[in-house]
Design a protein around this ligand. Structure first.
Ligand SMILES: *Cc1c(COP(=O)(O)O)cnc(C)c1O
Length: 384
């Protein structure tokens, strides 16, 4: 089946018992096991016993994301960062990981504070440079953690080549696929990645109303390792939030198709604005590594960034835009303008930020479902 069909039918998880087109919300923490104590039930084991270990609504979501990404097992967590932390929880003190240097600010923070304290070493590299990745791999390296397009400058990593480096080194490749979603990029199925992570808070949920994280493993063996942490740490997604995420997923293609078109229109128009210094969007002709992105993804996505010429122009834009919410997050039906230096990357030291090009003039846009023409008019007015 094509992905558009898988999305609509939540990969076939709808309720077989009743025919309901929507997976029921099983608001239950425990499941009666008495049948296994009866003579006629000897040997019968119910699939579910306790909701931290498994819940039918969550399972439907986990099955859906595994099918969408082409992995064997999926796992749902209470947030994207819970998914990141739980996946990193499969490693041990003394292990080393290589990460992309301009990854999501919260991932950067948890790796450089919490995991560092527990003895998981890390080296951040410019992951658009394959030699840098290769050079960073050490004898105790266990994983390569990528995000492409990166956040917030949309830098591209060649997934196929990077995952091949990981495979040759015998280490696990992990890709945060939040920006692209499985509709636009499938690193396990197409590019040889071992684990895919999502903040489903973003495009998968899609309505700015749920916090959720997902992880998908390429193999049963890796899946089991993630499951041990999921069940052990317990940062699981509740049944209602699982259901909201399943509902969001049904309209992913329709939303993202429109949002991507709008993002492309905004990127083009911003390029022509005299107060704009630079626009970062993989859909723009001449964008660095556009050919790499085009070869590994099915579209440029609905997130772009731009730099104004002065800090004042950036601050004025955020205050004056009437259609874009000046907010963190992305991927919702509402257009959002983020200011990375004060929001997603506030925890990154200033010097480090500036080295990466995350300046006071940088604004990240997540295109929503408003009428594109209204957004263009609004943005032009806000830019002056
Ligand atoms: C938002 C985000 C996360 C973290 O997800 P939460 O749901 O906010 O915990 C991780 N990676 C990327 C790329 C994100 O955009």
């Amino acid at each position: 089946m094509n992905i558009g069909t898988l999305l609509i039918h939540n990969a076939g998880t709808a309720d077989a018992a009743t025919g309901a087109l929507s997976v029921p919300v099983f608001q239950a923490s425990t499941f009666d096991q008495s049948v296994s104590f009866r003579d006629e039930g000897a040997g019968v084991e119910r699939e579910f016993d306790y909701a931290r270990s498994g819940n039918p609504t969550r399972k439907a979501l986990e099955h859906t994301i595994a099918a969408l990404e082409g992995g064997t097992n999926g796992y749902a967590f209470s947030s994207g960062i819970a998914a990141v932390s739980s996946v990193l929880g499969i490693f041990s003190t003394g292990d080393h990981i290589v990460t992309a240097e301009d990854m999501y600010g919260g991932s950067y923070r948890i790796i450089n504070t919490f995991f560092k304290r527990w003895g998981l070493e890390s080296t951040a590299v410019d992951a658009s440079n394959l030699d840098e990745i290769k050079r960073a791999v050490k004898p105790n390296t266990k994983a390569l953690f990528l995000e492409t397009p990166s956040n917030p400058l949309l830098k591209i990593t060649d997934l196929h080549a990077a995952c091949a480096i990981a495979r040759d080194a015998g280490i696990v490749s992990i890709v945060d696929n939040t920006f692209m979603t499985p509709y636009l990029q499938r690193p396990i199925e197409k590019n040889g990645a071992d684990i895919v992570i999502h903040s489903a808070t973003k495009f998968l949920g899609g309505h700015s109303d749920v916090l959720a994280g997902l992880a998908v493993a390429r193999t049963e063996a890796l899946g089991k390792e993630i499951y041990r942490v999921q069940n052990g740490f317990g940062a699981v997604l509740g049944p209602w939030d699982s259901w909201l995420t399943l509902r969001g997923i049904k309209t992913l293609k329709a939303r993202l198709t429109m949002q991507q078109k709008t993002a492309a229109a905004i990127a083009k128009r911003l390029q022509e604005n005299k107060n704009v210094e630079a626009v970062y969007y993989p859909g723009l002709e001449g964008f660095t590594d556009k050919t790499v992105h085009d070869a590994q993804a099915f579209g440029a996505g609905a997130v772009l960034s731009f730099k104004t010429k002065t800090t004042e122009q950036a601050l004025r834009f955020l205050g004056k835009t009437r259609l874009a919410a000046a907010a963190v997050s992305l991927g919702g039906v509402e257009t959002i303008a983020s200011y990375p230096v004060r929001m997603s990357h506030a925890s990154m030291p200033r010097q480090e930020r500036e080295r990466l090009g995350i300046t006071d003039t940088l604004i990240r846009i997540s295109a929503g479902l408003e009428d594109a023409e209204d957004l263009l008019i609004d943005f032009e007015a806000a830019l002056g």
